[in-house]
Design a protein around this ligand. Sequence first.
Ligand code: ADP
Ligand code: ZN
Ligand code: ZN
Length: 671
Amino acid sequence: MRVLRVALEVPVAKLFDYLCDVSLPAEAGDRVVVPFGARERVGVVVESAEESEVSSSRLKPVTRVLEGAPRLPADWLEQMRFLAAYYQRPLGETIAGALPPRLRSLKPLPRRRKTAEARPDGAPERFVPGPAPNAAQQQAIERIGAALGSFRAFVLHGVTGSGKTEVYLRLIAEVLARRQQALVLVPEIGLTPQLETRFRQAFPQASIAVMHSALEDSARTQAWLDAARGDAQIVLGTRLAVLAPLAKLGLAVVDEEHDASFKQQEGLRYSARDAAIQRAKLAGCPVVLGSATPSLETWHNARTGRYELLSLPERAVPGARLPEVRMVDLRAESAEHGFAASAIEAMRARLSRGEQSLVFINRRGYAPVLACDACGWAAGCRRCSAHLVLHAAAERSRESRGRLRCHHCGAEEPIPRACPTCGSVDLRPHGRGTQRIEEALAGYFPAARILRIDRDSARRRGELARTLAGVGRGEGDILVGTQLLAKGHDFPKLTLVCVLNADSALLSTDYRAAERLFSTLQQVGGRSGRREQPGAVLVQTRFPGHPMYRALMQHDYAGFAAAQLAEREAAGFPPFVFEAALRAEAGKLAETMAFLKAAARLVAVPAGVHLYDPVPHVVTRRAGYERAQLVAQSRSRPALQAFLAEWSAAIPAMAPRGVRWHIDVDPIEFD
Ligand code: ADP
Ligand code: ZN
Ligand code: ZN
């Protein structure tokens, strides 16, 4: 009899020992069925050992070994161990979260596809190259290409449209020629089938596994198995793809590496970018972090020489230039229905030339507040400390009136006919969201085709992708949209971007707000003028002289980043320190705060680690829970890690029932 240490999906940070008959061929990396309590569970063998600390008379035997999937490789288990330790999460839950649901269940697995193995042996992959690389692209291809076969991290800093994707494709061609696999992470793949199409055109014979969370269970499992068996030569996916085992990883690419969606905000709160770097290290291959506006963490690492910086300073299409960015000073020019006259004129000019305009406003719905003019009452959510957002009735729906919706908890209410406090019927919307802007534009341009694109306009799966593809073919004269429109789309006829409401981010207390706004505006501005016609970006603002806007006008990411980093260093913020947040929520804020205060005293805080006082979230109440957090900081990552390990082991025993908590390592969002 041997002993197997098995990781199970339970919220305790330990492995469970089982007996295994010598005749049963179970090894580390196998999925096994084991008795646990009254039922059977699927677990993953992490180690096999000669003996257990538990006396063998109390150990139960493994029921059976599950087949149909390849044994999970040692470097994958190693990565899981690393992630579990780094992000303070039990190994069993970490592993379970990384496996597609099918592989954690007793359901049969899809059978191996024939086509995947059918490739004639030794035949090189066909690569259909795009345009010949320019000098900057060539330099990047050569530097990264020379590093294939060993670990090295590169930052590919390329302005929007500079041809980063072409660089990835040429490198991947080299990786495939070496009979290795490439992993390409993108923030959103469901929205941009353009990217998948481009990969398939470049590699018409290669097997490409696409992975994202919106896939059906069986398709996701199939993609995962293709990756694990080495059948998929290219794995293209969102953050979860970094958790798939790739048998022969030869290159990892993280495109738009600054994007916040690479950080998972629940369960295992991992950064897929950081996990990709770790993965590349384990696999001994290069990793490329691509962005027009790298995160300040990444930029700092490039400046200090930990990562190698490669730049693509110009747009790749000959004649295509970066858009001209101008401020529309709202102190000098008043806005009507949300628009300054010069913005309306700019759109009119585009319309007359048959070009597209995009109006960017980062707020869904009709208006963020519905208030009573007589007494000042404003519609609020019963379960959150937040206003309800007024949504107008959707076209194509049977509703005749709009609704009030909470953007924090999803609660919905009908619009009251009169003020619940004073009875006045003068309820009025305040502020503007996409729907109200759409309405205003219809007033200005009755003959134009106006398309609103946000999460409300595209609820059904696939609808958004179809709309975006239509826009790419020139459908729609004026687009109104949120962040959804900013990411990676290529709209050839788009030559004007109008940005509304950007100022609000400048007034935020979050030290990352400026960084995020700069990158969003660069990104959304980058949709403009991607072909021969020059593009323009108009930003309506009350602070036209703000340094962030000045950097934006000059396309000066480096200058902006240097100024931000200097501020962060002076204030003691990341990337000059490392952070973790202990977040908690309970029915009453007093309970939440008491828990956090007790947690702060729970273990001795070592020198070099600093705990801040707990503070309530800005939106304190959400879905009936009152939330607060406390931040731990250190200049030394190992010191912080050691403290967190001790802390997270001690908290479960003292956390009262009714308090929910978690630790977020390297947090990026604080609300
Ligand atoms: P990015 O990923 O940096 O936004 P892309 O790789 O999508 O840029 O390239 C933008 C556009 O430029 C695409 O239409 C692409 O085909 C084109 N392109 C890329 N490299 C070149 C080149 N060397 N010469 C001409 N066109 C190019
Ligand atoms: Zn009132
Ligand atoms: Zn709510």
